[in-house]
Design a protein around this ligand. Structure first.
Ligand SMILES: Cc1ncc(C[n+]2csc(CCOP(=O)(O)OP(=O)(O)O)c2C)c(N)n1
Ligand code: SF4
Ligand SMILES: [Mg+2]
Length: 347
């Protein structure tokens, strides 16, 4: 008589894949680095949403943060670009294939120092793209120099104090055109998952600034990007829940307690009030809240701003619904007679 035990069925998502299919290579980042926690959240949300990994393009610049796409979504397309230049590569990739889900991972140095010009132009174009800034206030890969997001008065490991005012990437995003702006903390699992899901469902540029402590160079006393500082100063604006389009949302909720934001794909981002009234559809309110938080040393987290109506770059360029990369050459290349005519007109 056989004594073989049938193994339990493997847990799969709605498209029949296991979480393993969403993982990448083993991380080479330092133990405890906030960037590793963010990679884990990315794996979880793509698995939970049942996104086909081969329909995703992951892009990055240079830095410890920019190395991290190697550690998630191993079956996706990937491009590790030049320091600070990911936005232009991402714009090209997304224009070539608008059907793809685009996700970029960058650092505070990559975005707010060398890449600031590229970041600003990405903002004004409202490209449908998830742009994650893994913000540790330093250049981790090159041994911990201050980046342009380091707060005034924050102390380097060597004792040097930063005297320059920081760029707040969320404030820049708000002012220059991003249509989904959020801040989170790598240690806030539930909030970061909901924000990432909302960003993936959003049709427009989603900027997510995630405070992500660098355990090797910026996790000491006197740093405002350390685990201890974040645990003491994180101030969630609200509680977030994400209800995907394929789930039933029929839950009894008392009036005034939640604000539902309907996303492009039919999903809902459900915002539950905490102890303050906050309307994430008001840009003015978002900027005011950030300004007050900066003065009080709080780190506001949650969905700061969302606008689901603004035209995207695809709308502005009048792109065909079919991705350009799928069109035959006869449709994307003008025939010789037309090119000859253009040349004639330029004479
Ligand atoms: C054009 C160019 N300039 C400078 C560098 C050196 N460099 C590599 S990573 C880096 C900063 C990385 O900081 P950040 O983007 O914050 O990423 P982190 O390592 O902190 O995650 C710098 C200055 C480079 N690789 N290329
Ligand atoms: S140096 Fe800092 S940012 Fe880089 S992997 Fe180590 S802890 Fe992370
Ligand atoms: Mg950094």
């Amino acid at each position: 008589m056989s004594t073989a035990v049938t193994p339990p069925p493997k847990k799969t998502n709605r498209i029949g894949l296991e979480v393993l299919n969403y993982r990448g290579s083993k991380t080479t980042l330092c133990a405890g680095c906030g960037h590793n926690a963010i990679s884990e959240r990315i794996v979880e949300v793509f698995y939970e949403l049942g996104v086909q990994p081969w329909s995703v393009a992951k892009l990055s610049g240079i830095g410890c943060s920019s190395k991290s796409p190697a550690y998630f979504l191993g079956l996706s397309h990937g491009f590790n670009s030049v320091h600070g230049r990911m936005p232009s590569v991402a714009t090209g990739a997304m224009l070539a294939n608008r059907a793809i889900v685009g996700i970029g991972v960058t650092g505070d140095g990559d975005t707010a120092s060398i890449g600031l010009g590229q970041f600003m132009h990405l903002l004004r174009r409202n490209l449908p793209f998830v742009y994650i800034i893994e913000n540790n206030g330093v250049y981790g890969l090159t041994k911990g120099q201050f980046s342009a997001t380091a707060d005034i008065g924050t102390k380097q490991k060597s004792g040097v104090i930063n005297e320059f005012p920081p760029f707040d990437c969320c404030a820049l995003g708000l002012q220059w055109g991003a249509t989904f702006v959020a801040r989170s903390f790598s240690g806030d699992k539930k909030q970061l998952q909901a924000i990432l899901k909302g960003a993936i469902a959003h049709n427009g540029l989603a900027v997510i600034d995630v405070i992500s402590p660098c355990t090797t160079f910026n996790d000491h006393e006197g740093s405002t990007k350390s685990y201890t500082y974040m645990k003491d100063h994180e101030e969630p604006l609200h509680e977030l829940d994400f209800v995907p389009f394929y789930d039933d949302i029929a839950v009894e909720i008392a009036e005034g307690e939640v604000q539902d934001v309907r996303m492009h794909d039919g999903s809902t981002l459900r915002i539950k009030k905490l102890d303050r009234d906050y309307d994430p559809t008001s840009k003015f309110e978002a900027l005011k809240a950030l300004d007050q938080a900066e003065k009080s040393g709080e780190v506001l987290t949650g969905l700061l701003y969302v606008d689901t109506n603004k035209p995207t770059l695809m709308d502005m360029l009048n792109l065909t619904d079919a991705p350009l990369s799928t069109l035959p050459e006869s449709m994307v290349r003008p025939p010789k007679a037309v090119l000859d005519q253009v040349m004639e007109e330029l004479r």
